[in-house]
Write a protein that binds this ligand. Structure first.
Ligand code: ADP
Ligand code: MG
Length: 445
């Protein structure tokens, strides 16, 4: 088989690989690859760019080797990767040399906020994946998830996680951490173009030990910057240095983001951050309170956690008010004072959730009668709805355990606590309970 110069070797290897891979992988990674015989046991693999080369080497080397062996009868073919100059995009190639003396300074580092470390980040179901991924990337740069792409609405901790990673890199002694907002990257690029200094611009970004770029949604519809970003990305990626990006939306939702950037953003791990759950909001409040030397009573933390829902930054705003209340106005941290001092920032659109409202939603969802809920009956078909009602009462109203017990036919405080405990656990372990709780919650809102 060896010695064919007419391209049939190329076709044969392609056919072989096509059979080994799923269609998407084949199209993405091999369609634009060419094979050529160089010598008796040498085969050149031409790839469109260096990024492609790295990816093939890491992910598809085995497939490639097997396919070449299968069609060439060679036991151990020598495979040589080459970037196909004919294919390479018109932008400057990554291995253009710049004189070392001519390096631009790295962008002025954004000072890291000492509060934005991992130890100050409260985890919960809505941010666990993003947090775990950031920790992995901090501990093993360039090898676990590359790039790491975290997205979510404003105020949920994207910048916090990014800086936490930067803190770790700093403590590891990384010299050239590029941590910058995408807007600053864009401005820097525009200036470089104006001053005819794009070479220096490139070199300074491409020497980074790690590239952390915040708010990449800013790239939307900025073609020139995207182009530049693309090459920066490829060159850092090829060096197996860590790339970490955040955005307020997923790669696919960034408008006017070219397909090639979108596919690169998805190469590693894309993780989203959601609004914190009630328990996480309460934990954040208590934890942050402690850093201000405030011990926030449970009822106050739960009250704030119920009324401020979707944004951690707002929780922090509320906390600052509480701090003022205690340290300047010197008033006790109790519910009436807190409600008064937060009156204008509490979620006003939220319907008032009270016991009758919760009860009605329970009756609608489970086929039970109100009188059963209040009765002493203990059959499962009644106990579960009653427990869910107590759980939701605790979560959505400011009633005490005793008051909730009174509402349900004079049950004592420990029964209520037991019920809440049961449902709290069941929500994580029993999908039927979880979906019932979700459904009832939707209807009470
Ligand atoms: P984003 O970049 O997503 O808009 P930030 O990272 O700036 O959000 O977070 C806003 C504020 O909320 C910061 O002060 C951050 O410390 C805090 N924060 C967000 N999520 C958490 C969390 N899970 N634990 C502790 N603090 C958090
Ligand atoms: Mg941010």
């Amino acid at each position: 088989m060896i010695g064919r110069a007419d391209g049939s070797l190329d076709a044969a290897i392609h056919r072989e690989i096509e059979q080994q891979l799923d269609e998407q992988s084949y199209l993405t990674w091999f369609q634009r690859v060419r094979f050529e015989q160089l010598g008796p046991d040498r085969i050149a693999v031409y790839v469109p760019n260096r990024f492609h080369l790295t990816y093939l080497r890491h992910r598809h080397f085995q497939t490639l080797g097997d396919a070449i062996e299968a069609v060439s009868d060679l036991e151990e073919p020598r495979i040589e990767f080459r970037v196909d100059r004919a294919e390479e995009s018109p932008a400057p190639s990554e291995d253009d040399e710049f004189p070392a003396a001519d390096l631009g300074e790295l962008p002025e580092a954004i000072p890291l906020n000492p509060n934005y470390m991992f130890e100050h980040f409260v985890t919960g179901p809505s941010n666990r994946l993003a947090h775990a991924a950031a920790v992995a990337v901090a501990n093993a740069p360039g090898t676990t998830y590359n790039p790491l792409f975290i997205h979510g609405p404003v105020g949920l901790g994207k910048t916090h996680l990014m800086q936490a990673v930067a803190h770790v890199y700093k403590s590891k002694g990384f010299k050239k951490i590029v941590y910058i907002s995408c807007a600053a990257f864009t401005n820097d690029f525009i200036h470089a173009v104006e001053r005819n200094e794009t070479d220096r611009f490139r070199q300074k970004y491409r020497q980074a030990d790690a590239l952390l770029i915040d708010d990449v949604q800013f790239l939307a519809s900025k073609e020139r910057t995207q182009e530049e970003f693309f090459h920066t990305f490829n060159s850092i990626y090829n060096e197996q240095k860590q790339i970490f990006l955040t955005s307020d939306c997923s790669p696919a939702e960034i408008e006017g983001l070219g397909e090639r950037l979108e596919s690169r953003f998805k190469l590693g791990l894309v993780a989203d951050l959601g609004p914190p759950t009630f328990e996480t909001r309460v934990a954040i409040l208590k934890r942050k309170g402690r850093t201000l030397n405030m011990e926030i009573p449970n009822d106050v933390a739960e009250f704030v956690g119920r009324r401020i829902r979707d944004n951690v930054r707002e929780i922090e705003g509320a906390l600052m008010r509480l701090h003022t209340l205690v340290s300047i106005e010197r008033r006790p941290l109790d519910l009436p004072n807190v409600e008064h001092s937060l009156a204008d920032i509490l979620d006003e659109h939220q319907p008032r959730i009270d016991m009758p409202r919760i009860q009605q939603a329970i009756l609608d969802h489970y086929d039970v009668k109100a009188s059963d809920l209040h009765s002493k009956k203990r059959s499962r078909s009644i106990v579960v709805p009653r427990q869910v009602a107590m759980f939701l009462a605790r979560r959505h109203t400011s009633l005490s355990l005793g008051e909730i017990g009174d509402y349900f036919g004079g049950r004592d405080h420990s029964t209520v606590l037991h019920s809440i405990d049961k449902i709290t656990k069941a929500v994580d372990t029993d999908p039927r309970i979880k979906s019932a709780v979700d459904a009832v919650e939707r209807s009470i809102r």
